[in-house]
Design a protein around this ligand. Structure first.
Ligand SMILES: [Zn+2]
Length: 62
C-alpha cells in the first residue's frame, strides 16, 4: 500500500500545525505536530513551497 504523505490531518483526525523548521545543508524540513495527539512529522520542503510563511514560524532565530 502506498502511503502518500501530505499536509492533511493525522489519522486521529487532529490538525497538523507547523511548529518549526529545520535546516540541513541545503535542505529545509518543516515539522508538523498534531494538535490532538501530539504526533510530530517532518517533511522536506521544496523551493516552491511557501517559504516566507514557513520561516515566519521559526521566528527570528536562525
Ligand atoms: Zn493526532
Amino acid at each position: 500500500m502506498d502511503v502518500n504523505p501530505g499536509d492533511r490531518e493525522e489519522k486521529c483526525g487532529g490538525l497538523m500545525s507547523p511548529i518549526g523548521i529545520l535546516k540541513k545543508s541545503a535542505d529545509y524540513f518543516i515539522t508538523h505536530q498534531c494538535q490532538k495527539c501530539g504526533f510530530e512529522r517532518r517533511k522536506k520542503l521544496k523551493k516552491d513551497d511557501n517559504f516566507d510563511a514557513l520561516l515566519a514560524i521559526s521566528g527570528s532565530k536562525g
